[in-house]
Design a protein around this ligand. Structure first.
Ligand SMILES: Cc1ncc(COP(=O)(O)O)c(C=O)c1O
Length: 405
């Protein structure tokens, strides 16, 4: 940009919506984590060691050889039909039958969140969210100016008994991540899933189940999805980001047809469709059961990474610090002594080349500043030890400084 461009940009009138957008302070701080010397527990990135590059290359070759015209052409907003059928079949078992007509392929499940915001949220609409919840969902929904209502949660996640008529009055949607939640890593137990599915059947608004981590349970025994318990009442978001590769940007929404239709209209206006080529690559890779052998490898890797992080936390964290033991997924949630602010701790940690994400931005309402999220899947175990040891020493120093104050 030359100087006159800058001048123009400064004086152009932006929309009210754009004026309200802010860059998170944390994102700015975390830019430094891209430096190779930084041990980063901050990113929510899957491990590149799990990306099936060879299978992708072979699939792309076959697609470009056999059907280049369709793969490189515009296509239907709803998505590539064989992939929609595959998704529907994967979610159909026992008495549950999901129809391809309920499936909309999206550009990552992040787009699904934006589309839900577009079609369900008006200014000041109450939106029910967990405490804490996925920051990216808050960012997507916030563009549509909802009024967030934090639902009661405990160490096992959302407490369905807390969904009282007063709390849920006039709500437009309930947003939940029942399996290995981002940021806490917790998984909603079976009885609570049943209660939440029963609630969804009565509720005059959709219960949204965001499920990118559902299959990453270390024991290989996923709990039933809310979708399988109330298929006509749950809006289910799925993603290939954590089981194949996030750079593909392929996810999906399963929704009852009436809502599906509105979501298709909104998506058409947004990006016409998710790239034909990447949808076909995903389908070509998964169609013959590849995930049945691939996902267990991801589980095994993440389980051992999680164990390494646990061992390090047990060894290096001072008294007064607690954390959970996730049964799957990519995150551990840490509670610091009440007087330690994770944001201040981050500044000190970055000075020592260690990074994490403070918990506060994951809260839609009043935040708990003494919390943080650790992501363990991309850091080698020796570096996990080194990074956690530094964090432990910093926390000990900050706790000591407070005690001496
Ligand atoms: C809970 C949750 N939902 C949605 C997403 C977005 O995933 P994607 O757009 O890659 O499918 C993420 C990404 O980290 C996530 O943690």
């Amino acid at each position: 940009m030359d100087h006159s461009d800058l001048q123009a940009a400064r004086t152009w009138q932006l929309s009210e919506r754009a004026i309200k957008l802010t860059s998170s302070a944390i994102r700015e701080i975390l830019k430094v984590t891209e430096r190779p010397e930084v041990i980063s527990f901050a990113g929510g990135l899957p491990s590149p060691a799990t990306f099936p590059a060879e299978e992708m290359r072979a699939a792309a070759d076959r697609i470009l050889r056999d059907n280049p015209a369709a793969a490189l052409q515009y296509s239907a907003t709803e998505g590539y039909l064989p992939l929609r059928e595959w998704v529907a079949a994967r979610h159909s078992h026992g008495g549950v039958k999901i129809r391809a007509s309920q499936v909309l392929i999206t550009t990552g499940s992040q787009q699904a969140l934006d589309l839900l915001g577009k079609v369900l949220i008006s200014p000041d609409s109450p939106v029910l969210v967990e405490t804490p919840t996925y920051l990216g969902a808050l960012q997507s929904f916030s563009l549509y100016e909802p009024r967030y209502v934090q639902m009661p949660t405990d160490d096992e996640g959302l407490v369905p008994e807390g969904l009282t008529p007063q709390l849920t009055e006039r709500a437009r949607l309930l947003y939940a991540i029942p399996s290995f939640q981002n940021p806490t890593g917790r998984r909603l137990p079976l009885a609570r899933r049943e209660a939440l599915a029963a609630f969804a059947k009565r509720a005059p608004f959709p219960v949204v189940e965001d499920n990118p981590y559902g299959e990453l349970d270390y024991a290989g025994e996923p709990l039933p999805t809310l979708l399988s318990m109330a298929p006509e009442h749950i809006v289910h978001l799925g993603s290939f980001s954590k089981v194949l590769a996030p750079g593909l940007r392929v996810g999906y929404i399963i929704a009852p047809e009436a809502l599906h239709h509105k979501l298709v209209q909104a998506k058409q206006a947004t990006d016409l469709h998710t790239p034909s080529f990447t949808q076909r690559i995903v389908h070509e890779v998964v169609k013959d059961g590849f995930l049945d052998t691939h996902i267990p490898k991801i589980r095994a890797l993440y389980r051992s990474q999680c164990e390494a992080m646990h061992a390090a936390l047990a060894r290096f964290m001072p008294e007064g610090v607690s954390w959970n033991r996730p049964e799957g997924g990519m995150f551990i949630w840490v509670n610091l002594p009440a007087h330690i602010d994770a944001m201040k701790l981050l500044e000190a940690a970055i000075a020592q080349n260690v990074a994490f994400v403070p918990g506060a931005p994951f809260f839609a309402g009043e935040a708990r500043h003494n919390t943080l999220r650790l992501s363990f899947v991309t850091v080698p175990p020796a570096k996990i030890d080194e990074g956690v040891a530094k964090l432990g020493a910093l926390i000990r120093a900050q706790a000591g400084a407070q005690a001496g104050a």
